[in-house]
Design a protein around this ligand. Structure first.
Ligand SMILES: NC(=O)c1ccc[n+]([C@@H]2O[C@H](COP(=O)([O-])OP(=O)(O)OC[C@H]3O[C@@H](n4cnc5c(N)ncnc54)[C@H](OP(=O)(O)O)[C@@H]3O)[C@@H](O)[C@H]2O)c1
Length: 248
């Protein structure tokens, strides 16, 4: 598996920590040049880029994926620096949990803007570049709750369900240009996003996972690296659960 992405250029959104960081590192270990996108965590993103550059070229680029002009600038910078984009991992995401009846329209919009519109804006910019090259691998990070829903996460699960519909449409539109678009739906993964939950809640969650284990960012990174590779050339429009069986 080593070096099966040599010479490729990959953009990973939200790669300053958590799942995005693990994905960026795994792609770099397999030889890809990596763009480590971040929003606010500059120091952490620079450290991830430095770690990636042990294996291939890597740069950290700030862009708020919810902002159209930021996404346009991000991809213009990538083309200027690397000349192409082969792989896009749409990973940047946030939560603003709350019960539906108390959820503000602002909290609904903020989550959808970052998670769904952000993925759309990056997908659109990347697709323009990939269509000319007649090659591309796009992996969008959804969630098990985008398929099954979750109390307290109406905004988040709507954004993650939207990613699935958008990805299948994009997969159909872009297939003729040899661009694949797939989705990973992680279950419960140990990161800052889930770190705020107390131990009792985590124990309860763990009991409900068929494999009885909380997932790691590396579990998602391995799946993303596979879908980003030429080993997955004949796979498009799928939703791959990386969830210890939660999605069954
Ligand atoms: N952890 C889980 O259990 C789990 C389960 C299913 C799906 N997921 C999904 O997996 C993805 C990564 O989650 P995670 O757990 O690794 O989250 P995390 O640890 O909270 O990291 C989130 C990342 O997204 C970036 N980000 C947030 N808003 C952004 C914006 N507007 N523009 C650019 N980057 C932005 C953050 O960058 P800054 O630090 O610079 O703000 C950070 O790098 C998310 O899409 C999440 O919904 C996670």
């Amino acid at each position: 598996m080593e070096n099966n992405l040599a010479g490729k250029v990959a953009v990973v959104t939200g790669a300053s920590r958590g799942i995005g960081k693990a994905v960026a590192l795994e792609l770099a270990k397999r030889g890809a040049n990596v763009v480590v996108n971040y929003n606010g965590s500059e120091q952490r993103a620079q450290e991830v880029a430095e770690e990636c550059s042990q294996y291939a070229k890597a740069v950290a680029i700030q862009a708020n994926v919810a902002e159209e002009s930021d996404c346009q600038r991000l991809f213009a910078q990538v083309v200027e620096e690397f000349g192409k984009v082969d792989i896009l991992i749409n990973n940047a995401g946030i939560t603003k949990d709350g019960l539906l009846v108390r959820m503000s329209a602002e909290d609904f919009a903020k989550v959808v803007d970052t998670n769904l519109k952000g993925a759309f804006l990056c997908l659109r910019e990347a697709a323009k570049i990939m269509m000319k090259a007649r090659y591309g691998r796009i992996v969008n990070i959804s969630s098990v709750v985008g398929v099954h829903g979750n109390a307290g996460q109406a905004n988040y699960s709507a954004s993650k369900a939207g990613i699935i519909g958008m990805s299948k449409s994009a997969a159909k539109e872009l297939a003729a240009r040899k661009i694949t678009v797939n989705v990973i739906a992680p279950g419960f993964i140990e990161t800052d996003m889930t770190g705020c939950l107390n131990e009792k809640v985590k124990e309860e969650m763990q009991k409900q996972i068929p494999l009885k284990e909380i997932g790691t960012p590396q579990d998602v990174a391995e799946a993303a690296a596979f879908l980003a590779s030429d080993s997955a050339r004949y796979i498009t429009g799928v939703v791959l659960g990386v969830d210890g069986g939660m999605g069954m």
